[in-house]
Design a protein around this ligand. Structure first.
Ligand code: ZN
Length: 482
């Protein structure tokens, strides 16, 4: 990359576009099917619609071979099943990038898009390990980068990343303290108590937001590059645009074409755009893993803990509610308390069962992602983990409790807490996953955890309908027929 920008001198820069691609789990946890989502018409659900508008056209244009990206676990699994050609193209392009550059252009995403600073430590570890294993499973290689859901960050989470072999992540400038004159960095963040260090890339917030929210028409990309990138593009430094991947085609219709032109306009650009198109600003393209390899951090910064990129009220949006959403969002605190108490109860049953069998409950859970990914069936997984001595009944109970732990993780998908009202689909999915975890636990051991959960759910109330979450729970329970 160094010296590759012939003739551009100090006027140029290196640009990385990072797309965060994610959809929440939309399946009914009892049937595994996505209920009809009428707002997504003419498509049956949002996954189908966003695939048609964004994932497929970007994949077909070869964009996943030129940008830096992370692809959510639940979305990847859905694409693999329901839009396989698109999935296969994304995977093939990422594999080709790795083969060509010896470094990945993908980043791990914690599997259930949990707000990690709000999770307990063993759940942070689980989400990170499941994310790393999923990435390896899909792409056939490792990456050293991890995308923090909503960029929510604390030092404890960063320390876990380092322990699990991750070397870098992305933050927004308002989450970092220090001299940010080196553009996107990377910067060094030292971790306390001898916890080592991690590299942090800092996105250009204004540039990212301008592209996402005031995207030019594709005919005006050159002007946009000159007016917006031009000001930042000096001294060969790194400029990072990081935004939702769905910006390109779903949130902004012209996004696929605009992304194509930005990629093609780079010096040595190699997409399907016509070669005669040349920008007013000279820049090279890179990806974060590649750039870090060639430019180790020179400057140290500190992070501002318990912050995120999409809410200026620390983590209130996902913890207790905040003014980012209209109306009364206090239901968020009540729902989180109910889920936390239930998680405690579910864990107590699971730990009792595993410890009685002489097993390490959390190691067993962390490695069980192999079952979720279909790499191994449940019985083979248990034998492979030295649990071959169990009776059939013990194995059955243990596998049900492990499955309950999967739905317990899914309860915490960040989207449940992101929007304004408790009656929306996303909080209902959280409660639905909780009901599924409760049902599996009852099948396994006979323990019925409904009562305490339902009691806690009487606290959060929908501002829209006036119904409390216990009433929503009753509806889901009645339909689930457990
Ligand atoms: Zn907020």
């Amino acid at each position: 990359m160094n010296g590759g920008m012939a003739g551009s001198g100090a006027a140029g820069c290196v640009l990385c576009i990072h797309g965060h691609f994610y959809q929440p789990p939309r399946m009914d946890p009892f049937t595994g099917r996505i209920p009809d989502e009428p707002e997504a018409a003419p498509y049956a659900n949002w996954n189908e619609r966003i695939t048609a508008e964004c994932y497929t056209p970007n994949a077909e244009a070869g964009h996943f071979g030129h940008i830096s990206f992370n692809l959510g676990g639940t979305l990847a699994a859905w694409l693999d099943r329901e839009a396989h050609a698109t999935y296969a193209r994304i995977v093939a392009d990422a594999r080709a990038y790795y083969a060509a550059h010896g470094v990945s252009n993908g980043l791990v995403q914690p599997v259930h898009h949990t707000i990690l600073p709000l999770a307990r430590r063993r759940d942070k570890i689980c989400q990170v390990r499941w994310g790393i294993a999923s990435f390896r499973h899909r792409f056939g290689h490792d990456t050293r980068g991890l995308w923090l859901p909503e960029m929510a960050v604390d030092l404890d989470t960063l320390q876990i990343l380092v322990q699990e072999g991750i070397r870098f992540t992305i933050l927004s400038p308002e989450q970092v303290q220090g001299d940010l004159s080196a553009g996107a960095g990377p910067y060094r963040v030292r971790l306390p108590n001898g916890g080592g260090e991690i590299a942090v890339f800092v996105r250009d917030r204004d540039l990212s937001n301008n592209l996402a929210f005031n995207m030019p028409d594709s005919a005006y990309v050159d002007e946009w590059l000159r007016d917006w990138l031009g000001r930042r593009c000096t001294g060969g430094r790194l400029v990072l645009i990081a935004t939702d991947g769905e910006t390109f085609g779903h949130h902004r219709r012209q996004g696929v074409a605009v992304l194509g032109r930005i990629l093609a306009a780079a010096a040595g650009g190699s997409t399907s755009q016509p070669p005669e198109y040349r920008p007013a600003v000279p820049y090279l393209l890179t990806t974060l893993g590649q750039y870090l390899d060639q430019h180790p951090p020179q400057t140290e910064v500190e992070i501002i803990e318990n912050t995120a990129w999409s809410c200026a009220h620390r983590l209130d949006r996902w913890a207790v509610g905040c003014p980012c959403t209209p109306g009364d969002s206090r239901w968020k605190g009540g729902l989180r308390r109910a889920l936390d108490n239930l998680a405690c109860d579910l864990d107590a049953v699971y730990v009792n069962e595993t410890r009685a069998l002489g097993l390490d409950p959390w190691r067993l859970r962390d490695d069980a992602i192999a079952i979720v990914l279909g790499q191994v069936d449940g019985m083979a997984y248990l034998s492979g983990n030295g649990v071959g001595h169990l009776t059939q009944e013990q194995a059955r109970r243990l596998l049900l409790l492990l499955e309950a732990q999967l739905y317990r993780q899914r309860m915490y998908a960040s989207c449940a807490f992101f929007f304004e009202d408790l009656e929306r689909l996303e909080p209902r999915y959280a409660i639905g996953n909780a009901v599924r975890a409760i049902a599996l636990t009852r099948y396994a051991t006979g323990d019925d955890l409904c009562h305490g959960f339902r009691r806690d759910l009487r606290v959060p109330v929908s501002g829209r309908s006036g119904r409390n979450a216990a009433e929503i729970f009753d509806t889901i329970l009645a339909r689930a027929e457990i």
